[in-house]
Ligand binder design. Structure first.
Ligand code: GLN
Length: 484
């Protein structure tokens, strides 16, 4: 039997009925992983997965994740398992502890199958900058199109149906954008809702653990396990958690939804726009209020520059420990500076270096006021504008991306609104720490594309309910790339 492409509920039913064992499932996924020709894996946890799966012998009816296979983006620490962040600077690094999310999933008896490729150190949105090469979109077997990033491997493996869910991370859109390109649900919960202990920091004021799945409810199951305070991450919230999966059907029938007009107006692809408008009609017909609202275009076109200054500045400071002494391969040298310079010159790729230069430049004493502090102030202006909308509306709803996955090397005009606004608006949820979910709504030329709901902070449950509701109307879920 072939278990590829099944959802958590479907696998759970088979596991509980003992029609398949966790070990058989793990074996099937491992076989697929070993044949993977898409550079989706940094490391396949064969022995770990087989040993753990073999220990799961008594099915737990009330534990939906029991025996369910999943994969982990390679910027989460895994004890005794190499963790590289897809960067040469961490070649050979084997953590001595598990990230809290990894520990929690293991406690829930989900079976980790492997570590997945990312854009180097989670910086990027293409899936092309990992140290081992590119990861492509599984919907395009010619391997010409991007799957997006930075969580490229997790997105590819889930879209390919190997596993029903995967861990990603989301600093600007790294879970929600690849989800749009790969026909997936990509969920970034509220900042602080999930512990980040053991997640490599990129820009901690924005970083969030992300979840990929092929339907909305599966993401709710995973959040049920991951949400909650962690003594080892003092930025994790102490607010009580909700019952995300149990209440998934209880959407507020009077919910009010705002579509940001400036985002939609920046999109030129007619297929994406028509399908998006069709979903707006579905929401209206289902009884929800949907209004098109404005945010000042100046604010919208400042999203990306603001994100870039803040994220590069934070990344620069957070990666200062990658010096060849504390972390990274050691190079012999005459002086401390020489040792560090060699390690960093050899360890980081071009894109990372460029970002560190920008980050350092923004943080230099003479530039700080004009760049870093100005970006911080602008972040507040953005957040205020968004929170004003969320005073009146329960959700913001927009196309997740302006197009289907671009081809490798396809260039967009970086000063156009299509790029500055439509391609980068998902950072809004990171700036404001809001829960935000992408779900598939349509296809063009066989390639999927998605839309995105963002809600108020700590209304993760409501965001999942709303997405679940739309998923019911589109019927577009559990889609799997038809792989070889
Ligand atoms: N694409 C964005 C960037 O380049 C987002 C990355 C992320 O969310 N980790 O930084």
């Amino acid at each position: 039997m072939n278990y590829r492409g099944l959802s958590i509920d479907e696998l759970h039913a088979l596991l509980v009925a003992k029609k398949v064992t966790p070990l058989e499932l793990a074996q099937e996924v491992l076989a697929l992983a070993k044949k993977d020709s898409n550079n989706a894996f940094e490391y396949i946890m064969e022995k770990e997965a087989l040993d753990f799966a073999a220990s799961l012998t008594e099915p737990e009816e009330n534990n939906p994740l029991w025996g369910i296979p999943f994969v982990i983006k390679d910027n989460f620490s895994t004890k005794d398992v190499p963790t590289t962040g897809s960067s040469n600077i961490l070649k050979g690094y084997v953590p001595v502890f598990d990230a809290t999310v990894v520990e929690k999933l293991r406690a829930a008896k989900a079976v980790a199958i492997g570590k997945t490729t990312l854009d180097e150190l989670a910086m990027g949105g293409t899936g092309t900058s990992g140290h081992l090469g590119m990861t492509f979109n599984p919907y395009d077997r010619k391997h010409e199109r991007l799957v997006g990033g930075s969580s490229c491997g997790s997105a590819a493996v889930t879209a390919d149906g190997f596993v029903p869910f995967a861990l990603g991370s989301d600093t600007g859109d790294s879970t929600r954008k690849p989800a749009s390109y790969a026909g997936l649900v990509g969920f970034k919960p509220t900042w602080s809702r999930i512990s980040r202990y053991g997640l490599f920091p990129f820009a901690p004021s924005l970083d969030t653990v992300g979840i990929f799945s092929r339907n909305v409810k599966d993401s709710a199951y995973v959040l049920d396990v991951l949400a909650g305070h962690d003594d080892r991450d003092f930025t994790s919230s102490v607010k009580p958690v909700d019952e995300y999966a149990k209440d998934i059907e209880k959407v507020n029938p009077k919910a009010k939804i705002a579509v940001i007009k400036g985002i939609v107006d920046s999109i030129s692809d007619k297929v994406v726009l028509d399908k998006f408008n069709e979903t707006v009609e579905m929401l209206i017909n289902a009884g929800f209020t949907v209004d098109f609202v404005e945010i000042d275009e100046k604010i919208l076109s400042s999203l990306f520059p603001t994100y870039f200054v803040i994220s590069c500045a934070e990344a620069t400071s957070n990666n200062a420990n990658m010096d060849g002494i504390k972390f990274g391969p050691y190079y012999n040298g005459q002086t401390f500076e020489d040792v560090v310079t060699q390690a960093r010159t050899n360890g980081f790729g071009e894109l990372i270096k460029r970002r560190f230069i920008i980050g350092n430049f923004a943080l230099m004493k003479e530039n700080q006021k004009d760049l870093f502090l100005r970006a911080q102030k602008n972040r507040r202006v953005i957040v205020n504008a968004v929170n004003d909308i969320l005073k009146e509306y329960d959700f913001i709803y927009c196309p997740a991306a302006p197009s289907i996955a671009p081809k490798v090397g396809e260039k967009s005009d970086r000063l156009s609104n299509e790029y500055l606004i439509a391609d980068n608006h998902l950072v809004i949820a990171n700036f404001a720490g809001l829960p935000s979910i992408t779900l598939p709504i349509g296809t063009k030329d066989g390639m999927p594309f998605g839309a995105n709901f963002t809600g108020r902070a700590f209304e993760d449950k409501q965001v999942l309910q709303m997405a679940y509701e739309l998923e019911k109307h589109t019927g577009f879920k559990n889609i799997v790339a038809k792989g070889e």
